[in-house]
Design a protein around this ligand. Structure first.
Ligand SMILES: C[S@@+](CC[C@H](N)C(=O)[O-])C[C@H]1O[C@@H](n2cnc3c(N)ncnc32)[C@H](O)[C@@H]1O
Length: 311
């Protein structure tokens, strides 16, 4: 059984290998890790979570002014990019952040959408949501709302949001197809995705692929660029862009020092648009991208989930 050390002891992989674990078992391991981080801060990562640490967030693309604007305790250094910089947010927009953590990107987004706009952060880890709500109270941010929930089952009405952000979260999901289907549902027609996440550059060595610390550390759950494109197309998105950021090597090598993870994953900017016309939703049944994602065998690596309904 795979083990990863953490300050509270060890998290045991709930099955003989990650590929045998159920989606709920994967989410339980991820929740345990990030609950620990919410309670003790970045020190709780050691070494099994994503991000360069609060001190190094400038490497992710945040300006000094942005970093100064987030309340103490909101920047846990868990991201791998700056999605709200990608999103070109406009005043009055409604924004949803998938896996909001302690709320850093939500608070930055709230400044951009202003008092007429609204920001909703969703996270499945109760201690993380409590921390984010405490930060919102301290910042007196009435237009930021944190909800407990899974990104595969979003607690948001159909067509309710203009923009979806996410920072270093979707790689942790054991069912990425459900995440993109839910994102599509929650966006209004014409709404957009602006995501920073980790992508796989090649096949991981087996000892990393089956390591729970590599999963919770945003390494082994990463999908390839082709798989992400296929999953986004299947969900119905258009204008898909996935841009790998080679400079991310510099901070990714610190996630699991000495393991060489920087050779296998990189941070990427992921953008897509929900078509303005609802009929374009028919694209979700297109068989070619499904086959493409399945053929690659990494649609949800390492806990691969063949597209539902596919043979
Ligand atoms: C690496 S942290 C990133 C947090 C935040 N986006 C940031 O940049 O600081 C991942 C967060 O996503 C949450 N998370 C992971 N998988 C999730 C899922 N399936 N549903 C909802 N939240 C999830 C975790 O609880 C954790 O707070």
């Amino acid at each position: 059984m795979t083990k990863a050390s953490s300050p509270s002891g060890s998290i045991e992989a709930p099955a003989s290998s990650l590929s045998d674990a159920s989606n709920d078992e994967v989410r339980a391991a991820v929740r345990a890790q990030y609950g620990q981080v919410a309670r003790v801060g970045a020190a709780g990562c050691a070494p099994a979570c994503c991000g360069p640490g609060p001190v190094l967030s400038s490497k992710l693309g945040y300006s000094a002014e942005e970093l100064a604007a987030v309340p103490d305790g909101a920047n846990l250094g868990l991201g791998c990019g700056n999605p709200q910089a990608l999103a070109a947010l406009r005043e009055g927009e409604t924004v949803l952040d998938l896996g909001a953590g302690a709320g850093m990107d939500c608070f930055l987004a709230a400044r951009q959408v202003g008092p007429r706009g609204r920001v909703i952060g969703v996270d499945m880890t109760p201690d993380m949501v409590s921390k984010a709500r405490a930060n919102a109270r301290a910042l007196q941010a009435p237009n930021v709302d944190f909800r407990l929930g899974e990104i595969e089952h979003l607690p948001v009405a159909d067509g309710a949001v203009d923009v979806i952000l996410s920072n270093c979260v979707i790689n942790l999901s054991p069912d990425k197809r459900a995440v993109f289907a839910e994102a599509f549902r929650a966006l209004r027609p014409g709404g957009r995705l602006a995501i920073s996440d980790v992508v796989a550059l090649g096949e991981l060595p087996s000892h990393l692929a089956s390591d729970i610390a590599a999963l919770t550390g945003c390494v082994s759950g990463a999908a390839s660029v082709d798989t992400l494109r296929a999953l986004l197309r299947v969900a119905g998105f258009e204008q898909i862009r996935v841009d790998v950021r080679p400079e991310s090597r510099e901070f990714i090598r610190e996630w699991m020092p000495g393991s060489g993870v920087e050779n296998y994953v990189a941070s990427a900017s992921i953008e897509a648009v929900k078509p303005a016309s609802a009929e374009a939703r028919a694209a979700t049944t297109a068989p070619a991208p499904l086959a493409e994602a399945k053929a690659e065998g990494t649609c949800c690596a390492p806990t691969c989930c063949p597209p539902k309904g596919a043979a």
